[in-house]
Write a protein that binds this ligand. Structure first.
Ligand SMILES: Cc1cc2nc3c(=O)[nH]c(=O)nc-3n(C[C@H](O)[C@H](O)[C@H](O)COP(=O)(O)O)c2cc1C
Length: 207
């Protein structure tokens, strides 16, 4: 099933979400993409890219410099779209980055917008749900919410890149986390140097 859902929320680490969208789109898979208002604020802050969910597919163009046909944009408040229903089959969803707010709402089943509803759908349909939180330190509430999600079948994949690749750059660290998300989806990738293996693809911004 070559259909994925990618959502960006207001956690720090917008670069992870942008790179995930870019690499997943480059596989030719259909990528349903949505982002929260808070994500747009963090993107502006961290990537200096002005985006507004109201811009529709313009958000994809702003993030990727292109709007590939296989990336389908949804406003995060629009619940009348296929990914809000379990009957629309996908291979799963990544929330990257995942704010602790969104993580908590998904953990308690409070689907107040499309991001949370699409995640809820993945859990109820037993599809892959990957959440990429970035917060430190963690409160007991954060930890309990992550445990709850893990028990419900989600993969909690913290944005904690390994530093063992050698010659690390920010781009390589971003690719490390994105590679682990793609691994969870079962998408072949050579974004990171795997322990015990030599080759990896260079990040375009390293050239
Ligand atoms: C610049 C910036 C960085 C933020 N970093 C984080 C973060 O790393 N983790 C987190 O959980 N929330 C972070 N927040 C707070 C969330 O954006 C905020 O809780 C927001 O309400 C989340 O909304 P959302 O879940 O709808 O995206 C950050 C906010 C801003 C403006």
């Amino acid at each position: 099933m070559d259909r994925y859902v990618v959502a960006m929320t207001g956690g720090s680490g917008a670069a992870y979400g942008r790179r995930l969208l870019e690499v997943l789109a480059s596989t030719g898979a259909t990528v349903h993409f949505t982002l929260s208002d808070a994500a747009a604020k963090v993107i502006a802050h961290e990537l200096t890219i002005p985006v507004d969910p109201a811009d529709g597919p313009g958000c994809v163009r702003a993030l990727l410099g292109d709007a590939p046909d296989n990336v389908v944009f949804h406003h995060y408040k629009d619940l009348e779209v296929p990914i809000a229903s379990g009957s629309y089959r996908t291979a799963g969803m990544a929330i990257c980055p995942c704010s602790m707010g969104t993580l908590g709402r998904v953990a308690c089943g409070a689907s107040s917008n499309l991001i949370e509803r699409a995640a809820d759908v993945c859990l109820k349909e037993r599809r892959k749900l990957i959440v990429v939180p970035r917060e430190t330190p963690l409160s007991e509430i954060h930890i309990e919410n992550m445990l709850r999600l893990t028990r419900a079948g989600a993969v909690v994949l913290p944005a904690s890149p390994g530093f063992y690749g050698g010659g690390e750059t920010v781009e390589r660290l971003v690719d490390f986390v994105v590679a682990r998300v793609l691994d969870q989806f079962g998408v072949e990738n050579d974004l990171m140097r795997r322990y015990g293996e030599p080759a990896r693809r260079r990040h375009p911004e390293e050239d």
